[in-house]
Ligand binder design. Structure first.
Ligand SMILES: C[S@@+](CC[C@H](N)C(=O)[O-])C[C@H]1O[C@@H](n2cnc3c(N)ncnc32)[C@H](O)[C@@H]1O
Length: 199
């Protein structure tokens, strides 16, 4: 699996003019959204970020432009990405399902799973989300799409998951939605109003 996310994968989907589906501008918009929502609920600047399935760690520079003092940690299953950028961008090798076994900090202000949850095998989802909920002091940006959503990109092998599947999954881990792919963990869940949850 890790071999699939090699240099060719990132060149094709991130850099090739005819194939790329992600641009730095789109990532910057997502990062601005996630930081703003996290800071709204935390009532202070974001200081610590865990980026799960971080790829080449492209969020790091974007987040540090927004908040220069942020401490960023990335985890990814791609041996290529970690070998190439691990040291310079603070990335470590690991899968979603291995999160409970990694030496994570006790708490993160912002946990990101961007453009990656649909690749995670079903058997890994509960283990990874349990760790995310346990280490979430602020907001989790969990970008999940149902199969019915109009997806483009590298989606041939992703398995069928509807919105109800993801709702049940997040509810099992007491992750409370507050809109736009953002979720609060047990520490801040009490701050979400009824209409924010439904949005
Ligand atoms: C489309 S890239 C997204 C990279 C980055 N998060 C972004 O937003 O640009 C998908 C990433 O998910 C990673 N990935 C896929 N399955 C994974 C798993 N089970 N555990 C950890 N990372 C995984 C891949 O290695 C790849 O880097």
């Amino acid at each position: 699996m890790a071999a699939r996310y090699d240099k060719r994968y990132f060149d094709k989907w991130y850099r090739h003019p005819g194939h790329r589906v992600s641009t730095p501008a789109a990532t910057a918009r997502k990062a601005a959204l996630a930081v703003a929502i996290a800071e709204y609920y935390l009532e202070r600047p974001v200081r610590t970020v865990l980026d799960v399935g971080c790829g080449e760690g492209q969020w790091k520079a974007i987040l540090q432009r927004l908040r220069p003092r942020i401490r960023y940690e990335g985890i990814d299953a791609s041996e290529y990405a970690v070998a190439r950028y691990g040291r310079s961008r603070h990335l470590r090798l690991g899968t979603f399902g291995q999160l409970p076994d990694l030496d994570l900090a006790p708490s993160y202000d912002l946990i990101i799973c961007s453009d990656m949850l649909y690749y995670v095998p079903r058997g890994e989802l509960d283990r990874g989300l349990a760790a995310i909920a346990a280490h979430l002091g602020g907001v989790a940006f969990l970008e999940a799409y149902a199969t019915a959503d109009a997806l483009v990109g590298d989606i041939q092998d992703i398995d069928e998951r509807d919105a109800a599947f993801y709702r049940r999954l997040f509810r099992r881990h007491a992750l409370v939605p507050c809109g736009s792919h953002c979720y609060l963990g047990p520490e801040l869940a009490g701050m979400v109003t009824a209409l924010e949850r439904d949005g």
